[in-house]
Design a protein around this ligand. Structure first.
Ligand SMILES: [Zn+2]
Length: 263
């Protein structure tokens, strides 16, 4: 099995102080050591927008679809157009090769390439896996741009909890698990094989400050308490983490937990 990071875009967002108002000077010091490139010269947070490809003999799964083309719902704030189609081609994958698309959640920087600008599924042979609570929560313009066309095309698979997407007798397995808080129906993808585990996190953590200090909340979390509990549980796993927004796609949680917030 392989997990491949696909960068759709990189650009500045709000200031890091505004995004994580509860972080301490010590948290920021640790975060700067962990991910110096995330700190722009003008005080703004610099971040990647990334999807992940999971390939095994059981099939090809794409986790998230980036910010999308010109005109996609992320256009108002993210550096559209992204280059995910080119990144997929560079990984030798055609859209028709993808059999499963998992959308971790329906923020506009994670579902931009789910459909074409003409609102047809970009991955014509794929089922699109979304959590029930996310579909119930989504608002405009993502509801019309992404969810309605997928539903009309008959390719939406709504799940209600932990769901095995593929499993092989060798033990290789891809599973979607609920990780709520960032949004109500947020989900992550656990990839297991060869005794190792990679978790494609989605926005359970969005910045290195939440890797070094998992109790630090992100301003745009729908339910910060639930998001914190979810993050703590996910970072306690003995797994490599595949993250959409940190400069390094693959990171490991600190074995000591949350050093900045221990007494
Ligand atoms: Zn995001």
């Amino acid at each position: 099995m392989t997990v491949t990071a696909l960068r759709d875009a990189r650009g500045p967002y709000v200031t890091w102080e505004a995004a994580f108002p509860g972080a301490s000077a010590r948290d920021w010091g640790l975060a700067r050591s962990a991910d110096p490139a995330a700190f722009g010269p003008d005080g703004r947070w610099l971040l990647d927008f990334r999807a992940f490809l999971v390939r095994s003999t059981a099939g090809v799964t794409l986790v998230d679809t980036g910010i999308g083309p010109v005109g996609a719902p992320a256009q108002g704030w993210a550096p559209v157009p992204g280059v995910l189609p080119e990144a997929l081609a560079a990984a030798d994958v055609a859209p028709s090769d993808v059999d499963t698309v998992v959308l971790t959640h329906l923020h506009s920087d994670h579902c931009g390439w789910a459909v074409t600008p003409e609102r047809a599924p970009l991955f014509p042979n794929a089922r699109y896996v979304l959590h029930r609570d996310e579909v119930a929560w989504v608002t405009e313009p993502v509801a019309s741009y992404v969810v309605a066309p997928l539903r009309a095309a008959g390719v939406l698979q709504v799940v209600a909890g932990e769901t095995v997407l593929s499993a092989l007798p060798s033990g290789e397995r891809v599973t979607v698990i609920p990780t709520p808080g960032h949004t109500p129906g947020h989900q992550s993808v656990v990839v297991e094989g060869g005794g190792a585990q990679v978790v494609v996190t989605g926005d359970v953590l969005v910045h290195a400050v939440q890797l070094v200090s998992p109790s630090v909340s992100y301003r745009y979390e729908e339910d910060p308490e639930l998001a914190r509990a979810t993050r703590m549980a996910l970072l306690a796993r003995d797994a490599e983490l595949a993250t959409p927004h940190l400069t390094e796609p693959f990171v490991r949680a600190l074995p000591t937990g949350d050093p900045a917030h221990r007494p």
